[in-house]
Design a protein around this ligand. Structure first.
Ligand code: ZN
Length: 280
């Protein structure tokens, strides 16, 4: 089972704290807290280590104030097309001395982490595919079924705001994705139908319900690029829901899935936005 997490929600924070005291030209530096990763912390900021390219500045701000001492605060956030981002924040407190310097400095470097270069390439490909599908949703009928599973992974990780595992090629009894939003994941099956006019049959839904019941899991989502789910398949689901034999079950047909894709893409927050919030 290959596990891939397409979200960049993980990041590292590294800190550096020091004092400067003495005469202006050659003050004494006293370091209180050293970065865990010295090499990364002191490298040139705003450079993507994966693409080896200068990143775009996506946010920049600073504040200064004098309350007995001079206070200065700044932040710079960079982001690469590949999704990698980095933020550098600085805070300092400086005594206003005529001769000499007496200041304290707090620096923080935030940077996103990903599992591997493979994941990064995959995420880049998924984002590109999503932007093409948003322009022409009929592409959903043509794409490779595995790609469709990755698109669904992208959609649900944003929709539920949690990690979604791609179960992968093994086609583990009809389960393609696991939405990890509680102790028991929501099981997801993704069906790619090539014809815009197709209707998802009752046997597809019944098979998937069987796969869920074998796992003693009563939470599921079925996605299909079919125009709709057949009346008998809707009836089975409704009957089971009424008998409390399903905890959660949702069916996404073509139009529901493509409108959800639009929605999550519009509302998708950047992982560094929480840093910007504190400056508002
Ligand atoms: Zn990059």
């Amino acid at each position: 089972m290959s596990k891939t997490n397409l979200s960049y929600s993980k990041y590292v924070v590294d800190k550096y704290e020091y004092d400067l005291k003495g005469d202006v030209k050659t003050p004494n530096k006293k370091e209180y807290l050293l970065p865990h990763d010295y090499k990364v912390f002191f490298k040139e900021k705003g450079f993507c280590p994966f693409c080896n390219e200068r990143m775009q500045t996506v946010y920049q701000n600073y504040k200064s104030d004098t309350i007995g001492v001079d206070l200065f605060e700044s932040i710079d956030i960079w982001e690469c097309d590949c999704g990698f981002w980095e933020a550098f924040s600085r805070f300092s407190e400086e005594k206003d001395l005529i001769y000499g310097v007496d200041s304290k400095h707090w620096e923080k470097l935030y940077y996103s982490i990903i599992a591997s270069v493979e994941d990064l390439k995959k995420e880049k490909a998924v984002k590109q595919l999503v932007s093409e599908i948003l322009k022409d949703s009929t592409l959903l009928y043509e794409i490779n079924p595995t790609r469709l599973e990755e698109i669904a992974q992208y959609v649900f990780s944003s929709y539920f705001n949690c990690e979604v595992e791609h179960v992968g090629q093994s086609h583990d009894g009809g389960v393609d994705l696991l939405i990890i939003n509680s102790d028991k994941p929501i099981l997801v099956q993704v069906k790619r139908r090539e014809k815009a006019s197709s209707v998802e049959s009752v046997s597809t839904v019944r098979d998937f319900l069987g796969a869920m019941y074998i796992r003693n899991n009563y939470k599921g989502i079925i996605v299909s690029t079919a125009k709709s789910f057949s009346k008998p398949s809707e009836k089975i689901v409704n009957d089971l829901k009424n008998e409390n034999r399903l905890e959660y079950f949702e069916m996404f047909d073509f139009s529901r899935f493509s409108s959800t894709l639009n929605l999550v893409n519009l509302s998708r927050k950047k992982n560094w936005e929480f840093l910007v919030e504190t400056w508002k």
